[in-house]
Design a protein around this ligand. Structure first.
Ligand code: SF4
Length: 338
């Protein structure tokens, strides 16, 4: 069976022609798949019945399955999506009550080899990269399941997107063009793969960039993020300044506040120094424990002091709402558990 989400528009045109139909049918199919989140061929009302029957016998829209679905008390939905080869990745739908935004947090790899010490995905090791259509399938699966239109996409699920650069960039182009999601509403989160940040900055379509900084002191950052051994904080900062210059955008720095480790006043002052000449917003993420764990949640007072110290530098600081924590869908908790 053909899987239509694997096809580009040109490939779909060739396919419909091979079934004896005119090329414009491919555009209708594309619109049903991407804009209208069609679940099956029967709903495609502007496509004649004979052609729909041919399609039903020869093709399917997606080849992914929802293996597990968990709904949090705050409305967050976590999906465990199974791909054709039996591997699974997690995708999360986040809703914000006070906004009409519906964000899909997608995975870019099965597992990850960056080894961040606080991360549930890292514990699983690396299995493989996801193909562009497997990234798109995650968004389409949510849309099909909920009948809702995704408005924002964040590459913050399992995997380091910049280690799967070509496939992620290809997926971003399709998300932008066919799912009609503006490039500013697409966010890529990286732990800091410096050469790829430069490459991304030089692209025609540059998404919003979020960087998992998590610590502004090199020797401590090394203990929680091995990437610091390869691309240190100084190199990272140069690449971020380049990104800001080339894209005209600010970068978002993600900072996990781990109790008594990265949430101290000393660490806040280090961060203030690091960001003093960087166009950035800061997103503080109080650490979510992942089962038996050597790291601690920060206490509320330390979170507020940390935030205050950064704000006194004139930076915009948010504390990330802990969404879906009751279903392990909060930051750093996606591990592909079944
Ligand atoms: S935090 Fe991101 S880059 Fe680090 S191990 Fe986890 S998934 Fe990989």
């Amino acid at each position: 069976m053909k899987v239509l989400v694997k096809y580009s528009l040109k490939e779909l045109e060739d396919y419909v022609e091979s079934l004896g139909e005119k090329k414009f049918r491919a555009h209708q199919l594309f619109s049903w798949i991407y804009s209208k989140s069609a679940v099956d061929f029967d709903v495609m009302s502007d496509i004649n019945k004979d052609f729909r029957e041919k399609l039903k016998n020869d093709a399917k829209i997606l080849d992914t399955k929802i293996k597990k679905k968990q709904v949090s008390s705050d409305g967050t939905i976590k999906y465990l999506i199974e791909f054709q080869d039996g591997n699974c990745a997690e995708t999360v739908l986040m809703r914000f009550d006070n906004r009409s935004n519906l964000s899909a947090c997608v995975s870019s790899q099965i597992g990850c080899y960056m080894g961040c010490d606080f991360c549930a995905t890292a514990k699983r090791g690396f299995v493989r990269n996801l193909e562009p259509y497997e990234i798109l399938s995650q968004i389409l699966t949510i849309q099909q399941d909920t009948s809702l239109k995704i408005t924002n996409v964040v590459f913050m699920g399992q995997g380091e997107p910049l280690n799967n650069f070509d496939n992620v960039c290809q997926a971003i182009k399709i998300i932008n063009k066919y799912l009609n999601i503006g490039i500013r509403r697409i966010t890529l989160s990286t732990c800091g793969i410096v050469p790829k940040i430069i490459e991304l900055s030089n692209m025609e379509l540059v998404p919003t960039l979020a960087v998992s900084l998590h610590c502004a002191q090199s020797n401590i950052r090394k203990t929680i993020m091995p990437v610091e051994n390869k691309y240190n904080l100084d190199e990272l900062k140069k690449s971020l300044i380049y990104y800001c210059e080339k894209s005209g955008k600010r970068v978002t720095l993600e900072y996990v506040l781990i109790g008594s480790l990265t949430d101290t006043k000393e660490m806040a002052l280090k961060l203030c120094e690091y960001i003093s000449d960087l166009k950035c917003n800061i997103n503080l993420i109080p650490y979510n424990p992942i089962g038996v764990d050597k790291y601690k949640k920060p206490n509320k007072k330390d979170v507020m002091i940390f935030k205050y110290l950064l704000e006194s530098q004139g930076k915009k600081v948010t504390v990330r709402l802990e969404r879906g924590a009751d279903i392990d869908a909060a930051c750093g908790q996606l591990a592909g558990r079944i």
